[in-house]
Design a protein around this ligand. Structure first.
Ligand code: GDP
Length: 202
C-alpha cells in the first residue's frame, strides 16, 4: 500500500500554520481514545507514526504525514492529517473551544481536503460530540469513511448489528461508508486502505 510510505511532514498548532493546500489530504478525526493513532499506525504499517491521546503534548497538534511520490520525488502524492482528538474530559473549556475551532475550521476551510476518516468506537457508537462533528462535516460535502474501531471486541453477529445501527444514525452525512475495523486484529484494514488510497490517488 502507498500508505506504508507515509512519513511525518509537519505539525501545526493552528490552522494558519499549515502549509499551503496542495496535494489531496485525508484527515482522521475521533474522540480521544477511540483508536485513531492505532488505526493510522496499522494503515501505514508503522509502529509509532501517530501518537496516542495518552501521550501528553503531541496530540493537541495537527500532524501531517506525507506520502512521497515515487516518480517525481518532489511534492507528496497526498497527506494523511491527524487532527486532535476531542472529548477528553480532563481539559478546560477554553482548550475545548480551541479544538472546536481547529476541527471545524479545518473541515470547512481546507481546500485540499479529499476525504474524512471518522473513527468511532464500535461499542460506544455516536456520542453527542460525534454527532456535532458529523454535522460539521455534512455541509462540506466531503466523502466520509467511518471506521468502527475495536471491532474485535464484538463477535461477528453483534458487530454487524452495530454497523447497521450506527449507519442508520449517520444516514444524514453525505457520502458515507461505515466498516468495522480493528487495528489489533486487522479487521477492515484492506478495505479502509483501498478507500483512502483512492481519495489520494484515484
Ligand atoms: P487514540 O487516543 O484515539 O489515538 O487511541 P489509541 O490508538 O491510543 O487507542 C486507545 C486504546 O484503545 C489503547 O489502549 C489501544 O490499545 C486500544 N485499541 C486501539 N485500537 C484497538 C483495537 O483495534 N482493538 C482493541 N481491542 N483495542 C484497541
Amino acid at each position: 500500500s502507498i500508505l506504508h510510505r507515509a512519513a511525518f511532514t509537519t505539525s501545526a498548532a493552528r490552522l494558519d500554520q499549515l502549509p499551503e493546500p496542495g496535494a489531496p489530504e485525508v484527515c482522521f478525526v475521533g474522540r480521544s481514545n477511540c483508536g485513531k493513532s492505532s488505526a493510522i499506525n496499522v494503515l501505514t504499517n508503522q509502529r509509532r507514526l501517530a501518537f496516542s491521546s495518552k501521550t501528553p503534548g503531541r496530540t493537541r497538534l495537527i500532524n501531517m504525514f506525507g506520502i512521497p511520490d515515487p516518480i517525481t520525488q518532489g511534492e507528496a502524492l497526498g497527506y494523511l492529517v491527524d487532527l486532535p482528538g476531542y472529548g477528553y474530559a480532563a481539559i478546560g473549556r477554553e482548550a475545548r473551544e480551541e479544538w472546536a475551532d481547529v476541527l471545524g475550521g479545518y473541515l470547512h476551510e481546507r481546500q485540499s481536503l479529499a476525504g474524512v476518516v471518522l473513527l468511532l468506537d464500535i461499542r460506544r457508537g455516536l456520542t453527542d460530540l460525534d454527532r456535532r462533528l458529523a454535522r460539521w462535516i455534512a455541509p462540506t460535502g466531503r466523502p466520509v469513511l467511518v471506521l468502527l474501531t475495536k471491532a474485535d471486541k464484538f463477535p461477528y453477529g453483534q458487530r454487524i448489528k452495530a454497523v447497521h445501527a450506527i449507519k442508520k444514525e449517520l444516514a444524514d452525512i453525505g457520502t458515507l461508508k461505515a466498516i468495522p475495523f480493528s487495528a489489533t486484529h486487522r479487521i477492515g484494514l484492506e478495505e479502509a486502505a483501498a478507500h483512502i488510497e483512492n481519495w489520494i490517488s484515484p
